[in-house]
Design a protein around this ligand. Sequence first.
Ligand code: AMP
Ligand code: MG
Length: 326
Amino acid sequence: MTDLQPIIQAARQAAALCSAVQQKHIAPYQDGSNENVASKAGAEPVTIADYGAQAIICRALSQAFPEDGVIAEEGSEQFRALITAADQQEVADLIGGVLGETVTIDQVIGWLDHGLNRDSDRLWVIDPIDGTKGFIALRQYVVAIGVLDSHKRVVDGVMAAPGYLHGSAVFYTQDGAALVEAMNGGPARKLQASQRTDPSTLIALESFEKSHASQDLMGDLREAAGIGSAQIERIDSQEKYARVAAGDADLYLRLPRITSTRPHMIWDHAAGTALVEAAGGIVSDVDGSPLDFSHGRTLATNKGMIVANPRIHPRLIEAARQLELA
Ligand code: AMP
Ligand code: MG
C-alpha cells in the first residue's frame, strides 16, 4: 500500500501555486490579451503554472519515491523552449514561495524530468493542470496524479480541485476507499458514487470545450439509454470524475467526434479512474472493458469513456452496443 500523504501535500502546494499564478497573471487579463499563455505543439495552451505545479509534484516524488518512474504531461524541453528566462526565474521563485525555500531554475529543470523514461513496478501519472483552458478562463481545473501498479492498472489517485462544486477540495484514495478533505485540511469524508436511476434526477457531465468530444453522439447515447432527460452540466477537467465519485453527478461521457484522430492521454484519466472505482462507480471504454493504461502516454486502444454510477453504467454500455459505438 502506497502512503500518498507526501503527494497529497504536494498536490495542495501545486494548487496553491496555481491559485497564485491565476490571481497575478490570469485574472487581470480576461479580455484575451494574455501574453502569459504559451502554445505547445497542437496549439494547446500552457502556462508557467503548469510547469511550477509539475515541478512541485516531481520534487515530492523524488524525495518520497526516488526509484519510481513518472509519466507527466509537461517536460523540461518545452519549459526551456517556450518560457522566457525571466519567466523561468518566476517559476523558480513561485515554487520557492510555496515551499518556503530558495529554488533555482536548474532545480526546476531537474524536477520536471524526474523519473522520465524509467519503468518501475509503481508508475506515477501526472497532469499538473488538467483543464488548462478552464484555468485560463477562471472555470474548473485540477491537479491530477494517478498511480499504476506493475500490471499498469490504476490503483490510486490524488486530485486537488481548487474550484470544486462545494469549495476547494483534495480527493484521494486510501486502502481502497475514496476520500475528500477541504483543501486547507480538516476531517476526511468517504466518497460514495450515487445509486440514482430516475432519469429526471440524473446529472450528466461532459467537457465544457465543444471541440473535446461530440456533444451530438453523447446526446444520442443518453437518449438510447433512456436517460435523455438527465440534466447536462459542462465542466472542464477531471473534476468530472471527482463529481461522479462524490455522488455530485451520476455519469460522465467522453465520446470523441467521429473525425477525431487525437488519442486520449493517460494523465487525463488515471487519477479520476482511481477515485471513481474506489467510490463504487464504474469507468470503462464504450464496450464496457476497463481503460487500458499499458500503452505509454496514450490510451492507444480506447475509443471513449463511459463513467457512471453502478446502476446506470450497464444501461449506457447496452446503448453503446445498440448504437454500434463499440
Ligand atoms: P476536458 O476539460 O475534460 O475536456 O479535458 C481537458 C483535456 O482535454 C486536456 O487535458 C487535453 O488533454 C484534452 N484535449 C485538449 N484538446 C482536445 C481535443 N481537441 N479533443 C479531445 N481532447 C482534448
Ligand atoms: Mg489534461
